[in-house]
Design a protein around this ligand. Structure first.
Ligand code: PLP
Length: 395
């Protein structure tokens, strides 16, 4: 007899963005014609850079001629893209081969799919506040979740602890969404030794590595000695290169990552060849252009624009004496709600008083209550106006 996956019943309603949309809709209905300053959305606002657009056009033209036409692409990624990604790592001193790089349709897809590699009995450690998909993907899989709370006391960067010792999977997102906090080399090294000791595997989400400014913060878990035997790195071109709507990412699984005589890289090859038929040739052409010299220069210009937005908001919060983290090495700023306000009260207050929309921290886990996330992916003039309005309200 068919039984549905009953774990879907255990999913909490994803009310966060729904609630935000409902509240802003109601406000606009009550105040027609009002402009809202949207500092909540984690989506980019700048278009793809020229180098990528040119490569995408070339990809389309290639598909128009029999001599350059591509049908199904290799399931683990086009060799031309796997090679430039591996070379990009090697330039940073991380010696990986193209066989250890897998091209994906984005980090979200991969964060869900990668769970196929692990037994359901292995529990997952999720440091909260967290990107909501980590929790939901594990609930759907029926896996036990260990929630590890972070807070101001540890700079939103938890250390290995007793609770973590029974975890099979350890999620680390650095720079973090939503807090923008980034693990130092020493802090990551602690997690790497811990995982090697306990036998856990770290799923390192590097979706925001390109936003790191501080040269001492690692961009990749593989900068840490010992990570080759305990980590998988999941990367995305979404925020790095504006691919949120174009969709492309990549994952690194070292050849040396094994448990119980099983090699995870080989398992992932088997998984991809079963479950995918590869990523579009055209998109992979566009993706390869990101790693060219010109592409790197152009994506950095876009990232600089978002970093300048962050500077505008950080300056406003500094002048108000409001506690926050993030912004410096991440496109998110995580602030403490002033005057002891709760996350949703603060959301309503900003919407009603200054027409600024952000994201209530409580939506990323209960320890996010009392905090608020600003995204810096918006338009410069809008960001400036939002900052001015914040100063006007709390100054
Ligand atoms: N990981 C984190 C931490 C994110 O914040 C996001 C998107 O916001 C993703 C992964 C998903 O990225 P992608 O667009 O590549 O699916």
């Amino acid at each position: 007899m068919l039984r549905p996956n009953m774990h879907y019943k255990e999913l909490k309603d994803s009310y966060l963005f729904y609630n935000i949309a409902q509240k802003t809709k109601a406000y606009l209905e009550a105040h027609p014609g009002t402009h809202l300053y949207r500092m909540g959305i984690g989506d980019v606002s700048l278009p793809l850079c020229d180098a990528v657009i040119r490569a995408l056009h070339e990809g389309v033209d290639d598909q128009a001629h029999q001599a350059s036409f591509h049908g199904y692409m290799p399931e683990c990624g086009a060799p031309f893209l796997r090679e430039v990604i591996a070379a990009h790592y090697r330039k940073r001193g991380i010696m990986i081969s193209e066989e250890e790089v897998f091209v994906s349709g984005g980090a979200s897809d991969e964060l869900g799919d990668i769970l196929d590699l692990f037994d359901k009995e292995s529990s997952a450690l999720i440091m909260e506040p967290a990107y909501p998909a980590y929790v939901d993907a594990n609930v759907i899989a029926g896996r036990k979740i260990i929630h590890l709370s972070a807070g101001e006391w540890n700079g939103f960067l938890p250390e290995p602890c007793q609770e973590a010792a029974e975890a099979g999977l350890i999620y680390i997102c650095s720079p973090n969404n939503p807090t923008g906090a980034s693990f130092s080399r020493e802090q990551l090294a602690q997690w790497v030794s811990f995982a090697n000791e306990t036998g856990a595997v770290i799923l390192f989400d590097a979706a925001y590595e390109a936003f790191i400014e501080d040269e001492t913060i690692p961009h990749s878990i593989f900068e840490i000695k010992g990570a080759g035997t305990c980590a998988i790195e999941i990367c995305s071109l979404s925020k790095t290169a504006g691919f949120t709507g174009t969709r492309l990412g990549y994952t690194v699984i070292p050849e040396t990552l094994e448990r119980n005589g099983m090699n995870f890289r080989e398992m992932w090859v088997r998984n991809r060849t079963t479950k995918t038929n590869g990523i579009s040739y055209i998109l992979q052409k566009g993706g390869a252009a990101v790693f060219s010299e010109e592409g790197q220069r152009q994506i950095r210009e876009n990232i600089r624009y978002y970093k300048e937005n962050a500077a505008v908001l950080m300056k406003a919060l500094d002048s108000l004496g409001i506690w926050y983290c993030g912004g410096k090495n991440a496109p998110y700023i995580w602030m403490k709600c002033p005057e002891g306000m709760g996350s949703w009260d603060f959301f309503d207050h900003l919407l009603n008083e200054i027409q600024v929309v952000g994201t209530p921290g409580e939506g990323f886990g209960s320890c996010g209550e009392g905090y608020f996330r600003f995204s810096t992916f918006g338009d410069r003039e809008e960001t400036k106006e939002a900052a001015k309005r914040l100063i006007g309200l709390f100054g």
